[in-house]
Design a protein around this ligand. Structure first.
Ligand code: COA
Length: 147
């Protein structure tokens, strides 16, 4: 990873605004995503990680307790700017989020992705997430990592 990239945890909700309209592949942080991020930011134990190179946006990843099964954490968003992809950023941020869930005594971590999102699927497989049958969502793949 580039030594000039700094990862920090968002503590002021206003900083989330920086993510508005950030885009990568077919994925864009539209109003609905921004509203959801703000809502889940305030849950207990949420972790929002922002990576920047000086003032430039590099990547974002968030994890929170907003999953319906008890004591699971949910990786709600992960996005690496196209200029910084394939450099290990996604892996680094996801790893920190998983560690955070472990430190908070979670049972496991869940995430969801579209059927066509191969980079995200490969990333999940790296961490040994397993595909999980999700009765509440069938528009993509739900992944679970049980600790
Ligand atoms: C998914 C995403 C976050 C991966 O971030 P990244 O920083 O490029 O990924 P990394 O460099 O950490 O790569 C980690 C692993 O992911 C997989 N991967 C990443 N990009 C990939 C690609 N284009 N094709 C296939 N696998 C890929 C590989 O397994 C890779 O491991 P390897 O380098 O040992 O082969 C990034 O592609 C992205 O921002 N996508 C758009 C937003 C998005 O779809 N978010 C998820 C919504 S559910």
């Amino acid at each position: 990873m580039d030594d000039n990239i700094i990862i920090h945890s968002i503590i002021d909700e206003k900083e989330i605004d920086l993510l508005k309209d950030k885009t990568s592949f077919r994925y864009t942080y539209d109003k609905a995503t921004m509203d959801s991020l703000k809502e889940h930011f305030n849950l207990k134990d949420s972790l929002y990680l922002l990576a920047k190179k000086e003032q430039e946006f590099v990547a974002f990843c968030s994890i929170d307790r907003g999953w319906w099964e008890d004591n699971f954490f949910f990786i709600r968003e992960i996005l690496v700017d196209p200029h910084f992809q394939n450099l290990g950023m996604g892996k680094e941020l996801m790893s920190r989020c998983i560690e955070h869930a472990k430190e908070n005594k979670a049972v496991g971590v869940v995430t969801e992705t579209a059927f066509e999102n191969i980079p995200m699927q490969k990333l999940c497989e790296k961490f040994h997430f397993q595909k999980w049958h999700n009765s509440q969502w069938n528009e993509g793949i739900t992944y679970k990592l049980i600790f």
